[in-house]
Design a protein around this ligand. Structure first.
Ligand SMILES: *Cc1c(COP(=O)(O)O)cnc(C)c1O
Length: 420
């Protein structure tokens, strides 16, 4: 089969698919928008009625190379024909090669692979707890996390997540977490002083370099630099959750590069596989203290996921996508700021890094982000809320200048349709 046929399969007449039938079988744990997506190419997807959308969701900051990218199509086909899964009872070249790429392109020395962001964060929390017990002699280690953070949906990671709405009705939560306001160094220092008053208890500080789900809030450089000093002074581990902002989305390969610091441990997932499920927990050699039997994942690091993710990484580098992320990000923020000026009663600010940007709504307006997302979908633009007052823009990293322009036009049209 030629690449052309793989990339652009002949499309038959649109096939109607009923959301009602879907709801009869699938557990209703998601609030879904009422469109049925069937195929994609680049930064566009098509619904079951043949309508096209500019995809500025990208599978929630995941489809790094967009849809049906020839390099990914090739990698998927190559790997499934060669070897797709064998377990970690054996050596896997693709896993080793991906780990090598990540180590050579980050501050980390070693990598553990899993399948999702929550799982990567679980690994980071386990590693930090083991380090606290075995290296620092802390009996009841505490991990500090931030209000408005998001770290996943497992029991430990909803506990780490500093947002009560994700924890409600799932208690008892995991012990060993404590919350501080984000970007507030005085509050952090006060919390450590209080928790460590009698004996050291704080094992790790776990933060996003930019808070994604919590409202596209970039980390403050001075805050993170002071945290790095505190961690160095006290032997506390600094864990950065790079699940959303990492893998080039910020305009740098890793979010921490925007902050001028290096974490001891960091996690990656969303963009790493370009939409193929994979997660990674990376650490420096001094805290690489896991031994055989300490941690594992049946699917983690299999040849399929790692082979495809390595192709995503190499394509990002070969096609110089970081530069595209920086330029298109500038263009997008400029356009959003121009739109914001047209709607001063609605929009408070535009913020973000690279191609993770938020249109922040005024607290006092009755409009919520989901209203704008719905209006945008009606105009053929997919967006995703980041909380009730922020509309998030996370297109594939291959997005073109023309696509940004078109998306801004469709957004403008949707806002005027909302007649604000
Ligand atoms: C999405 C996200 C997670 C959770 O990732 P899953 O793959 O859904 O488990 C964790 N942390 C951050 C910052 C995220 O954006």
């Amino acid at each position: 089969m030629s690449l052309e046929t793989l990339v652009s399969p002949p499309i038959a007449a649109a096939s109607p698919y009923s959301p009602t039938e879907f709801d009869a079988y699938v557990i209703n744990s998601y609030a879904r928008f009422p469109i049925v997506l069937e195929r994609g190419a680049g930064c566009r997807v098509w619904d079951s009625e043949g309508r096209d959308y500019l995809d500025f969701v990208a599978g929630i900051a995941t489809c790094t190379l967009g849809h049906a990218h020839p390099a990914m199509v090739n990698a998927v086909n190559r790997q499934i024909q060669k070897l797709h899964h064998v377990s970690n009872l054996f050596y896997i070249p693709e896993q080793g090669d991906l780990a090598k790429w990540l180590v050579e392109h980050s501050c980390a020395d070693r990598v553990f692979f899993c399948n999702s962001g929550a799982e990567a964060n679980e690994g980071a929390i386990k590693l930090a707890r083991k380090y606290a017990h075995t290296v620092r002699g802390i009996a009841n280690p505490i991990v500090l996390t931030a209000h408005a953070s998001f770290h996943g949906r497992t029991l430990a990671t909803i506990t780490a997540t500093g947002q009560p709405k994700y924890q409600k009705n799932f208690d008892p939560l995991m012990p060993g977490f404590h919350y501080v306001p984000y970007n507030d160094i005085a509050a952090l220092e006060a919390a450590i002083a209080q928790l460590d008053a009698d004996q050291p208890q704080v094992a790790a500080i776990m933060l996003e370099a930019l808070q994604g789900e919590g409202g596209v809030r970039p980390g403050d450089r001075a805050y993170f630099q002071r945290i790095r000093e505190i961690c160095d002074e006290k032997g506390i581990l600094l864990i950065l959750d790079e699940v959303q902002v990492g893998m080039g989305r910020s305009g740098q390969l890793w979010g921490y590069e925007n902050l001028g610091i290096e974490p001891d441990i960091f996690t990656s997932a969303k963009g790493l596989g370009g939409g193929i499920p994979i997660g990674a927990m990376l650490c420096k050699s001094f805290c690489d203290i896991f031994q055989p039997g300490d941690h594992a994942s049946t699917f983690g690091g299999n040849p399929f996921a790692c082979g495809v993710a390595l192709t995503v990484c190499e394509t990002l580098e070969r096609d110089n996508l970081l530069q595209n992320v920086q330029e298109r990000g500038e263009q997008l923020r400029e356009g959003l700021r121009a739109i914001a000026q047209q709607y001063p009663a609605l929009v408070a600010e535009v913020r973000g890094w690279g191609l993770i940007n938020g249109l922040v709504l005024k607290e006092e307006t009755a409009t919520v982000s989901a209203d704008i997302v719905k209006a945008a979908i009606a105009q053929g633009l997919l967006l995703v809320p980041a909380g009730p007052k922020v509309v998030r823009f996370v297109p594939p990293l291959i997005v073109t200048a023309a696509e940004i322009e078109q998306a801004l036009g469709r957004l403008n049209q949707s806002l005027s349709n909302l007649s604000l």
